[in-house]
Write a protein that binds this ligand. Sequence first.
Ligand code: SAH
Length: 315
Amino acid sequence: MARANAAYYATHDPFADFTTAPEIAQMFGEIIGAWAAIVWQQMGAPPHIVLAEAGPGRGTLMQDALRLIARAAPAFRTALRVHFIETSPRLRGEQAARVPHAVWHDDLDDLPAAPTILIANEFLDALPIRQFVRADSGWTERLVADGRFVHVQAPDLSREAPAGAVVEISDAIAGWTARLARRVAALGGAALILDYGTAHTAPGDSLQALRGGEPADPLADPGSADLTAHVDFSAVATAARAAGAASWGPIPQGAFLTRLGLRERTERLIAANPARREELRRAAERLASPARMGLLFKALCLTQQAALPPPGFEP
Ligand code: SAH
């Protein structure tokens, strides 16, 4: 899955196959920019701060965030330096067109050792998972061999499940989250993770492939389709806490955006651009309504301190 996705992102325009929240409406990146500005104030407004994004795609989220920050929080704009974690040379090019002064890295561990506010939108869903299937005799792991799935005996998962149940475990997500949490705990700052997935570990086969915008066989023609799985947010929170950070949420994306003023921001944009009224209202509804992206997508936050809830995560 990791190799297929690396090939896919290096050679394809993923946005021909799927769309993401920042590509739906400028309000999404703007609200995250406002969120980051409040976090920076909560940190005591340090004079230098890394504003990092993992898997920035086209760079749209950061472009929208920076425009809002420059206007609403100019002192934060002066203090921050943008760092992108991106492995695809092709997408780095797109990002440079929108955020030319960013600094690029291949990996989280390459970020400078400084207080960091990190954003990751639809990044974790692209990291590889392992799938375990309950057989009568015990757990098996589903692996790929010669272009098809095979099942091999797996260690006992110490979980009850009916025969045929599928459990997904991502060592890659747990490992990445642990490294992120150690950084936040040691250096200060916060991380905002947004993605689609479940609040609790739920059995089910969520591996999916999109090719040309259509669901496809994940094993056919590796590197030609976007492979993703639902994120298990309880596993993310557990990995973060074990590594020493405080973990907040997950809360539904709709609740997060609404608490941070999605409706008010949308109405302001409409007042300035009355001709875009219907388009902007439809976009806000797509981002936040429970039937669209509002419930399936969730927000989780990691912070250094457990005392002060980050914006949007107040009890
Ligand atoms: N955040 C963007 C893009 C999501 S697509 C948006 O919301 O529109 C996933 C992004 O993560 C792409 O930029 C992809 O190139 C990047 N990516 C995927 N796997 C990665 C990895 N292992 N390391 C760094 N970047 C990765």
